[in-house]
Design a protein around this ligand. Structure first.
Ligand code: ATP
Ligand code: PRP
Ligand code: NIO
Ligand code: MG
Length: 554
């Protein structure tokens, strides 16, 4: 089901057909023209794509969006229609030669090095290093950032929800209706899966990416029924096909009165809502192998749960196993515990094995905080359905990924700022992750391109890029080079293949497990160290002094 990406070496276009060379900011085209006009357009430039601060008050980020970036550049070419439109947008004084130039450009002479998708990443370290003719690479800035910023933000959000929920819970992404438009919805489903969700309700995402689809039913289904008389075909074949129960409705009613009259259960409720019972029965007749019920339309413990149990027990008589319930309002901790108690009592009272283990799904405006609160209170929820807060990234609207020039014509460049965190780190660089004795990543380090790589067992000085006093010697037990070649351009490097989405997800889950727990906690997490080599440190500060004008005091 994985969307076609590499067919005989040909990389398919971006998933969203709106991703074209025009999906960029106007200023990329005006700059491209000015480069061309100055005869500068072919100058070889190196840009880094990185972010400055981890989102959600955390100390880690999941990197996602790379596959779409590679699909974009693999198919980057302007059509005649697009060129005509750019001509209309730019000033009438722009010369024809520029449009001939645009007609000929593609990304065959662009090189892209990247950290693999699904890796846990940190501020300042380039996620991608892009090298090529400056005019072309400039056009890539906005689409690259567009494809990576939200993808990484929502994957991180998903990973954070997973971190709070715990490994054993099932996490369902239910956000399509609240997502920021169709691409926001499809993107959220894809990247929440990467970040550790198990399934989505989004059918399009299931088809496009092979993400497992899951769902229950809504309140509308329950309230659309008025009475049991609406059920016309009451027959249900036993699961083993050996016989047919001609009146499943009566079987359900018999079970409901057994529950009602049971000493251990009956005290909890009197008459249940019969229209709800009709809805559940009807759903069970439609899906006897996968019967799920939304139990909070009228009253969870006085109606929804007993009605569900009556239907589930009737199904059990015919050899079927019910799927479970969903709670969508009220105190989810309390109600899940009460429902669990009820299921366990049924198991005991009627000797139905595993009835107590019935799946309880909870939904309703869930987010990291409510999951955390539920954990602290104690709950019996097995699966969480999460929509709005997850896909809209309610806790932080955007990841501030940027795309900065670090070298042109082999000359390192720097961008200065009053705000030190915004000073760019110049040079075409290599990046490494150094692992310590206990197997945890200790520090990421950037070096100049031609510096020798850090070696296992050899002490290396890791310096904070801007704070002189912050430095540490590290003797790595493992050294991992972070940037790999995903688009070799005209170089003879081999291109990394694009892994299937499931492999990206598995990488992400493994990466998150590998981190030292104090970097991952929600409250006051420890920052992960990001550093530069001594040589790069000296060079940054040399260039800084060189480029910063000396002030004059009067
Ligand atoms: N035990 C709990 N601890 C903390 N938060 C909870 C708990 N149970 C539910 N919540 C959260 O509390 C909020 C309750 O929402 P709200 O006040 O809108 O009530 P409701 O249950 O949706 O009621 P209704 O649907 O009947 O209006 C939701 O965000 C839900 O996730
Ligand atoms: O709460 P979210 O995290 O966004 O998850 C998705 C929600 O969407 C559905 O109902 P919807 O919100 O459409 O209606 P409701 O609030 O009236 O249940 C569902 O019942 C969930 O509550
Ligand atoms: O299948 C569900 O239960 C579902 C799907 C989308 C939104 N809310 C719930
Ligand atoms: Mg809602």
């Amino acid at each position: 089901m994985e969307a076609k990406k590499e067919n005989g070496g040909v990389i398919a276009g971006p998933t969203n057909p709106m991703v074209t060379p025009l999906l960029t900011d106007l200023y990329q085209f005006t700059m491209a023209y000015a480069y061309w006009k100055a005869g500068k357009h072919q100058e070889r430039a190196v840009f880094d794509l990185y972010f400055r601060k981890n989102p959600f008050g955390g100390e880690y980020t999941v990197f996602a969006g790379l596959e779409e970036v590679i699909r974009f550049i693999a198919n980057f070419r302007l059509t005649e229609e697009e060129i005509a439109f750019i001509r209309e947008c730019l000033s009438a004084s722009c010369e024809d030669g520029f449009f001939d130039y645009l007609r000929g450009i593609d990304c065959s002479d662009v090189e892209v090095y990247s950290i693999p998708e699904g890796t846990v990443v940190f501020p300042k370290i380039p996620l991608l290093r892009i090298e090529g003719p400056i005019a072309v690479v400039q056009l890539l800035e906005t689409p690259f950032l567009n494809l990576i910023n939200y993808a990484s933000l929502v994957s991180t959000n998903a990973a954070r929800h997973r971190n709070v929920a715990g490994k054993s819970k099932t996490l369902l992404e239910f956000g399509l209706r609240r997502a920021q438009g169709p691409d926001g919805g499809v993107g959220a489903s894809k990247y929440c899966y990467v970040g550790g969700f198990d399934a989505t309700s989004n059918v399009a995402a299931g088809k496009l990416f092979g993400i497992p689809l899951r769902g229950t039913h809504s309140h509308a289904f329950v309230s659309s029924y008025m009475s049991l008389d609406e059920i016309i075909d009451k027959s249900l074949r036993r699961k083993d096909g050996s016989s047919t129960c001609e009146d499943f409705v009566s079987l359900v009613q018999t079970w409901l009165s057994k529950i009602q009259w049971s000493k251990s259960l009956g005290g909890i409720f009197g008459e249940t809502n019969q229209s709800e019972l009709a809805a559940f029965t009807s759903y069970a007749l439609a899906f006897p192998n996968n019967f799920l019920a939304l139990v909070d339309t009228y009253d969870v413990m006085r109606s929804g749960v007993p009605n569900f149990c009556a239907v589930a027990l009737a199904l059990n008589d015919l050899g079927y196993k019910a799927g479970g319930i969903r709670l969508d309002s009220g105190d989810l901790a309390y109600l899940s515990c009460e429902a669990r108690k009820f299921f366990c009592s049924i198991e005991k009272e009627f000797g139905v094995p595993d009835f107590g283990k019935m799946i309880i799904t909870a939904s309703n405006d869930l987010n990291e905080e409510t999951l955390d609160a539920l954990n602290k209170q104690g709950h019996e929820v097995d699966a969480f359905g999460i929509g709005t807060y997850l896909v809209t990234c309610y806790a932080q609207a955007a990841l501030g990924g940027v795309f900065k020039l670090v070298e042109i014509n082999n000359q390192p460049r720097i961008k200065l700022s009053e705000d030190v965190s915004k000073v760019s780190i110049p040079c075409k660089k290599r990046c490494y992750r150094l692992y310590g004795k206990e197997g945890y990543p200790l520090v990421d380090i950037m070096t100049g391109e031609n510096e020798p790589s850090p070696k296992v067992g050899e002490r290396i000085l890791c310096r904070h890029p801007f704070q002189e006093s912050k430095r540490a010697y590290v003797v790595p037990q493992r050294v991992e080079e972070l940037l790999r070649c995903y688009w070799p351009g005209i170089s003879d490097k081999t291109r990394e293949t694009l892994p299937p989405l499931k492999a990206i997800r598995e990488r992400c889950i493994k990466q998150l497990e590998l981190m030292r727990p104090d970097h991952m906690r929600r409250l006051n997490p420890t920052p992960y160290k990001v550093s530069v080599s001594a040589k790069l440190y000296d060079f940054i500060h040399f260039l800084w002094l060189n480029e910063a004008p000396v002030g004059e005091l009067q």
